[in-house]
Design a protein around this ligand. Structure first.
Ligand code: FE2
Length: 270
């Protein structure tokens, strides 16, 4: 199967470039299934029912989340019950929803897993121990194709998950920092990238207007980040070819709103 994963979609500019380009990319690269992180898709904070429907119509099959999953709480509670929307699985017991979904892609099972790191994040259960139990359970159920969106601030946490689960899952793709990293690789059949990077504004600060981040950085005072109405945008995603639980080929696509030439980088295969 060939799946694609889009990192954090940030606000209207992120939704717009997906609407403009995703259908054509799915066709061009023969993509069977699309996963995207949607926790920042509505005004940069959370996901509304309306924006979720809009993204699903653009060709996304399932949306993952993170520390902003519940920012639009009533919408999110409805989405978790009715739509292909995940929140990090390692939220404490009792929180609505799930971070695991098993789907059929080309007559094969694919498990999509969403986990959240601990550093600078809400208080969740230890994602590493959580993943150990979860991956073992999926393997016991005969599910080999396992994709993990690891939503974490610390690059070291992402590397730890990679070291723990290479050869046991098909892919670990990082999200949350909004800045794409240049380390896409395949190691013992597991694709890994520390962060896919945002889909949205690329000429500001992590997809947000620059004024408030500068104010916060220079005064130490807080304020609300805003997604610009207009900006130069980028769509970033990874494409993974998975056979029998192993990723055999992977590449990253960066598509700029202002250029017809996309940047495509192949994964380094260990
Ligand atoms: Fe996040």
């Amino acid at each position: 199967m060939r799946i694609a994963f889009i990192g954090d979609i940030v606000g209207r500019p992120g939704r717009k470039i997906i609407k403009d380009k995703l259908h054509a990319f799915k066709k061009e690269f023969n993509i069977d299934f699309v996963i995207a992180n949607g926790e920042n898709a509505s005004h940069g904070f959370g996901l509304t029912v309306k924006n979720c429907d809009e993204l699903l119509k653009c060709g996304i099959d399932i949306l993952t989340g993170g520390n902003h999953s519940f920012d639009k709480k009533s919408d999110m509670l409805a989405l978790l019950e009715t739509k292909p929307v995940l929140r990090p699985d390692n939220y404490p017991e009792g929180v609505l929803g799930s971070g695991v979904r098993v789907v059929m892609v080309n007559d094969e099972k694919l498990a999509i897993v969403n986990l959240m790191g601990m550093y600078s994040m809400p208080h969740v259960e230890n994602p590493f121990n959580w993943a150990s139990k979860l991956v073992e359970k999926l393997h016991n159920e005969g599910i080999k194709n396992i994709f993990i969106d690891f939503h974490a601030e610390a690059t070291s946490e992402k590397r730890v998950l990679h070291m723990m689960f290479k050869n046991r899952v098909s892919a670990i793709c990082g999200t949350h920092t909004h800045i794409g990293t240049d380390d896409l690789q395949i190691d013992e059949g597991t694709a890994y990238v520390t962060d896919v990077g945002l889909t949205g504004c690329r000429d500001n600060v992590i997809g947000m207007e620059k004024e408030m981040p500068i104010y916060r950085a220079t005064t130490g005072l807080n304020g609300h980040f805003k997604v610009p109405n207009a900006c130069k945008s980028i769509l970033q995603f990874v494409v993974l070819d998975i056979i029998d639980g192993k990723t055999i080929e992977a590449f990253k696509v960066k598509s700029y709103c202002s250029s017809h030439e996309d940047v495509i980088t192949k994964a380094f295969v260990e």
